[in-house]
Design a protein around this ligand. Structure first.
Ligand SMILES: NC(=O)c1ccc[n+]([C@@H]2O[C@H](COP(=O)([O-])OP(=O)(O)OC[C@H]3O[C@@H](n4cnc5c(N)ncnc54)[C@H](O)[C@@H]3O)[C@@H](O)[C@H]2O)c1
Length: 347
C-alpha cells in the first residue's frame, strides 16, 4: 500500500477521488489552510493538517503537491529531502533553474518525481499507440491544436491566479501546457518555437492568448492556438501523419476520453484501423490513469508514468515560448545552459 499525503484541496480533491477508485493507494493525510476544504474532503479517515512541514514529517511514502505554482519547487525539494516520492501538479517548476534543483534533489534522494500530465491517459491515446505499433501511422507531418477555454472574473477571484508572483505565467504555463505535452508525447518533441502572446481577455498581469508555430523533431510543423476568452471550453487536436489523420473530440480537460476519428489516408487501410481501435478497451483515464502508472512505477513494474524529464521538457518549452515572444524571434530547443531566461521568465 502506497501511503499518500495530498497538499492542497483544490484540484487535490480530484486527485483524492482518483486514489479512492484505485487499489494500492491510501490517502492518509491532507493539508490545506482552508478549514472548509479540510472538512469537505477529510471525513474521519484522513488526518487534517494545516502545514506542509507536518505532512513532510508524517509516515507517508508519497507527497502529492497540489499547491499554487510558486510553491511547487521548494516543497518538492523539501519532500525529496524528507525521503518521499513526489507527485507535482503542473507546472513542475517556474524556471529551468528550479527544475534543475528538483532533478538534483531527486538524484540525491533516490526518490522519484512524477509531474502531473493526466490528459495523456485515456482510450484515444491507447488507440493511437496501438495503431503506431501496427505500422498504420507513419511519420508526423502536421498538427493543429486549440486550447480555447473561457476564464472570467470568478476564476481570477483566487488571488494567486493571473499574477506573475503567484501563477508565474499565464495561459502558456497554466492551460496550454497540457496540449503541448500531448503534442510532444503523441507526435514528436518540439525543436523550435515562434510565439506571439497577448493579454486580450481579462485584466490580468499574465498572457491569456497565444499563437505558436512549433517545429517538431523530424520536420513536422504544428500550430497551437490558445485563448481564455472562448465562448465554451474546448480542446481540439488534429494530428496528420503519413498514413492517417487523427481528429479529436472537443472535451476540454480530458481529450483522450472523447471519441477520436482515425482516418486512413489509403482507404484500403481503414478496416484495419477501425478493427484495432475497436479492440482497445477503456482503461483508467485522466487522474486515475496517471496514478495507475505511478503505482506501477513505484512497484517497479513496466509503466507509462510521466517522468521528471517530461516535466523538464514542458518547462523548457514554456521558457522558449516566452523568449520567442519577447524577442519576436524563432527559438531553437534545447536551450543553451547560458540562456538568459533559465533563471525564470517572470518580468
Ligand atoms: N492538472 C490539471 O488539470 C490542473 C487543474 C487545475 C489546477 N492545476 C494546478 O494545481 C495547482 C493548484 O491549483 P488549484 O486550482 O487547486 O488552486 P486552489 O487555490 O484552488 O487550491 C490550492 C489549495 O492550496 C492551499 N494552500 C495554498 N498554500 C498553502 C500552504 N502554504 N499550506 C497549505 N495549504 C496551502 C489553499 O488553501 C488552496 O485550498 C496549480 O499549480 C494549478 O496549475 C492543475
Amino acid at each position: 500500500m502506497i501511503r499518500v499525503a495530498i497538499l492542497g484541496g483544490g484540484i487535490g480533491a480530484q486527485h483524492l477521488a482518483a486514489y479512492d477508485r484505485l487499489d494500492g493507494f491510501a490517502v492518509t493525510h491532507l493539508v490545506d489552510q482552508d478549514a472548509d476544504r479540510l472538512d469537505a474532503l477529510c471525513g474521519d479517515r484522513i488526518a487534517r493538517l494545516t502545514s506542509v512541514d507536518a505532512a513532510l514529517a508524517a509516515d507517508v511514502d508519497l507527497i502529492d503537491i497540489c499547491l499554487p505554482p510558486h510553491l511547487h519547487a521548494p516543497v518538492a525539494i523539501s519532500a525529496l529531502a524528507a525521503g518521499k516520492h513526489v507527485i507535482c501538479e503542473k507546472p513542475l517548476g517556474t524556471s529551468l533553474a528550479q527544475v534543475d534543483a528538483i532533478t538534483a534533489a531527486a538524484n540525491a534522494s533516490g526518490k522519484t518525481v512524477f509531474p502531473v500530465f493526466q490528459y495523456r491517459f485515456g482510450r484515444a491515446f491507447d488507440q493511437l499507440r496501438a495503431l503506431r505499433a501496427a505500422g498504420l501511422v507513419g511519420a508526423p507531418k502536421a498538427a493543429s491544436i486549440e486550447t480555447h477555454w473561457n476564464r472570467g472574473a470568478d476564476y481570477y477571484a483566487i488571488p494567486w491566479r493571473g499574477t506573475w508572483a503567484g501563477e508565474q505565467g499565464g495561459a502558456v504555463l497554466g492551460h496550454a501546457i497540457h496540449a503541448h505535452d500531448l503534442l510532444s508525447t503523441c507526435v514528436a518533441p518540439v525543436v523550435a518555437v515562434t510565439a506571439r502572446l497577448g493579454t486580450l481577455v481579462n485584466q490580468i498581469e499574465t498572457e491569456d492568448t497565444a499563437a505558436l508555430i512549433l517545429e517538431l523533431d523530424g520536420g513536422a510543423l504544428a500550430t497551437s492556438s490558445v485563448t481564455l476568452g472562448a465562448a465554451r471550453d474546448e480542446t481540439r487536436m488534429r494530428l496528420v501523419f503519413e498514413h492517417l489523420t487523427a481528429t479529436s473530440d472537443t472535451l476540454p480537460y480530458s481529450p483522450a476520453e472523447g471519441t477520436w476519428h482515425f482516418t486512413a489516408r489509403d482507404p484500403v487501410d481503414q478496416k484495419a484501423v477501425d478493427a484495432i481501435c475497436a479492440d482497445i478497451p477503456e482503461g483508467p483515464q485522466g487522474f486515475a490513469g496517471f496514478l495507475t502508472e505511478v503505482g506501477k512505477a513505484l512497484n517497479a513494474a513496466p509503466n507509462h508514468a510521466v517522468t521528471l524529464a517530461d516535466g523538464a521538457r514542458s518547462i523548457e518549452l514554456v521558457t522558449a515560448i516566452y523568449a520567442s515572444a519577447r524577442a519576436l524571434s524563432r527559438v531553437p530547443l534545447p536551450l543553451p545552459a547560458t540562456h538568459p531566461l533559465r533563471e525564470g521568465w517572470q518580468p
